[in-house]
Design a protein around this ligand. Structure first.
Ligand SMILES: *Cc1c(COP(=O)(O)O)cnc(C)c1O
Length: 425
C-alpha cells in the first residue's frame, strides 16, 4: 500500500478536478498575509476569553449541570460572569432556555419596553424575523399588540447614517433604539463596531437616557472590540452562531447594563424569580468550551468567506462583500445568475460536509417565502450557521448566502467542491 502525504491526492479522490485544485492553491497563496491578520485578531480574542475564564476562576466543578429549578447553579453563574467580562458589561444572561437569536432579541425588546414606549431602528429594516416581533407585519403577541410603537430611519443611499432623520425621529416616547450590526440578508454594508459607536454617541447626545441595544448576530469576535465597548446598553446573539464555537446545541445570550439584564431575566423566567432559576442540564461544559474555541472558529469562517469572494469575483460574479474590503461579520453573498449554478453551489457545500454529505439539497417552499429556497447544511447542530452552510431563494438574481466553517480546511474544501460543481456545468 502506498501512503500519500499529498493533500491534493485526497482532493482528487474526493472528486476535485486539477483546475479547481490549482485555483484553490493560487488564492490561498495570495491571501496568506490577509489570513495572518485574521489570525492576529483571533489571537487577541483568544486571550480575552482565557483572561475572562481565569479572572472568574473557572473550575471543572462549573461543568456540572443542574436540574429542576436550577437554584445555585454555580456553572451558569460563572458562565454569565465570563460573558460579562468578555463584553466588558455589567451583567449577562446566557441560557439554553433562550431558544434562538430571534427569541433573545424579542426578549430584550419586550423586557425593556412598556406600553406607550416607542422603539426606533436608525439603520433601516431589521432582520426578517423581527418584523413579526415588532408588529411591522401583524403578528400574535407582537410589541404593537402591547401598545409599543415603532419608527424606522433608513440608511442614506450609499449606506451613511441619516443623522437629520434620526434626530427628527427621536421624540418623548422613544425609549429604546435597536441597531443591527450585520447586514443579514440585505445588501447594505455591515456596520463596524466603530461606526456603531459613532451612532450611539450621536443618539445619546440627543437623548442620554435612551437604551441602545445591538443585534450582534454573526459579529462576535470578528473584531477585537464589541458593541458594549462603544456604549451599547445591551448586546444580543445566538449560541448556534459565533459565540457557541460550534459546540453549543442551543441557546442565546444578552449582555449589558445590570438593569437591562434584570429586566430580561424577569421576562425570561418570571417576575420575582429572574436569574435565580433555569436548569442547565448538561450544557455548561459545551457553553464554556464553545466560547473558548469561538475566536479561532470565527477566523476560519472569515477566511472561507474571503477565499470565496476572491475566487468568484475574479470569475466575474458580483460578490458582497468584495474580496478586499474589511469584514465585520461572517456572511458572504455571491450572485450566481442562474438556478443551475445556485443548486450546484449548494450541492458542493453539502457534498463537502462531515454530516449528510450523501444527500442532494433541493428547493422547497419554505413557509413565509414567496420563492422556493434551497439550503445546504451538513451540520452537527441542526440549523447551526457557524458551521459551513449556504442558502438562497431559487429566483433571480440567484444569489447564494453562505457562512461558517468550524475549521478553515473544511471551509476551503466546501468552497472548492461548490466551485468544482459550477465549473463542470
Ligand atoms: C440569525 C440572525 C437573527 C436571528 O437569529 P435566529 O437564531 O435565526 O432566530 C437576527 N439577526 C441577525 C442579524 C441574524 O443574523
Amino acid at each position: 500500500m502506498v501512503i500519500s502525504m499529498n493533500v491534493n491526492d485526497f482532493y482528487r479522490s474526493l472528486g476535485l478536478s486539477e483546475k479547481t485544485i490549482e485555483i484553490g492553491e493560487k488564492y490561498e497563496k495570495e491571501l496568506k498575509e490577509r489570513f495572518e491578520k485574521l489570525d492576529k485578531v483571533a489571537e487577541y480574542n483568544q486571550m480575552k476569553v482565557i483572561k475572562a475564564m481565569q479572572d472568574n476562576r473557572l473550575s471543572d466543578r462549573h461543568f456540572n449541570g443542574s436540574t429542576g429549578y436550577g437554584y445555585n447553579d454555580d456553572g451558569r453563574e460563572t458562565l454569565e460572569a465570563v460573558y460579562a467580562s468578555i463584553f466588558h458589561a455589567e451583567d449577562a444572561l446566557v441560557r439554553p432556555q433562550i431558544t434562538c437569536g430571534t427569541h433573545a432579541l424579542a426578549l430584550a425588546l419586550s423586557a425593556n419596553l412598556r406600553p406607550g414606549d416607542e422603539l426606533l431602528s436608525p439603520v433601516g429594516k431589521p432582520y426578517d424575523t423581527l418584523e413579526g416581533v415588532i408588529g411591522i407585519t401583524p403578528s400574535k403577541g407582537s410589541l404593537a399588540e402591547y401598545g409599543v410603537s415603532y419608527r424606522q430611519v433608513d440608511l442614506l443611499p450609499g449606506g451613511a447614517f441619516d443623522y437629520d432623520g434620526i434626530r427628527a425621529a427621536i421624540n418623548e416616547k422613544t425609549k429604546l433604539v435597536t441597531i443591527q450590526r450585520s447586514k443579514g440578508y440585505q445588501t447594505r454594508p455591515t456596520l463596524s463596531v466603530e461606526r456603531i459607536g459613532e451612532l450611539i454617541s450621536f443618539i445619546k447626545s440627543i437623548k442620554p437616557e435612551l437604551t441602545v441595544m445591538v443585534d450582534n448576530c454573526y459579529g462576535e469576535f470578528v473584531e477585537t472590540i464589541e458593541p458594549t465597548d462603544v456604549g451599547a446598553d445591551m448586546c444580543i446573539g445566538s449560541l448556534i452562531k459565533n459565540p457557541g464555537g460550534g459546540l453549543v446545541a442551543t441557546g442565546g445570550y444578552i449582555v449589558g447594563k445590570k438593569e437591562c439584564i434584570d429586566n430580561c431575566a424577569y421576562r425570561l423566567t418570571s417576575p420575582g424569580l429572574g436569574k435565580e432559576v433555569g436548569a442547565t442540564l448538561g450544557m455548561n461544559q459545551s457553553m464554556f468550551q464553545g466560547l473558548f474555541l469561538a475566536p479561532t472558529v470565527v477566523a476560519s469562517a472569515i477566511k472561507g468567506a474571503i477565499f470565496a469572494a476572491r475566487i468568484y469575483e475574479d470569475l466575474g460574479y458580483p460578490v458582497i462583500p468584495n474580496g478586499t474590503e474589511e469584514r465585520y461579520d461572517i456572511i458572504q453573498a455571491i450572485t450566481l445568475g442562474s438556478a443551475e449554478k445556485l443548486i450546484a453551489f449548494c450541492g458542493g457545500i453539502q457534498a463537502a460536509a462531515p454530516v449528510d454529505s450523501y444527500v442532494t439539497p433541493e428547493g422547497w417552499a419554505m413557509p413565509g417565502y414567496n420563492d422556493e429556497v434551497i439550503m445546504a447544511a451538513g451540520a452537527f447542530v441542526q440549523g447551526s450557521s457557524i458551521e459551513l452552510s449556504a442558502d438562497g431563494p431559487i429566483a433571480p438574481p440567484y444569489a447564494v448566502y453562505f457562512q461558517g466553517g468550524l475549521t478553515w480546511y473544511h471551509a476551503k474544501f466546501g468552497i472548492l467542491m461548490s466551485l468544482d460543481k459550477i465549473l463542470k456545468l
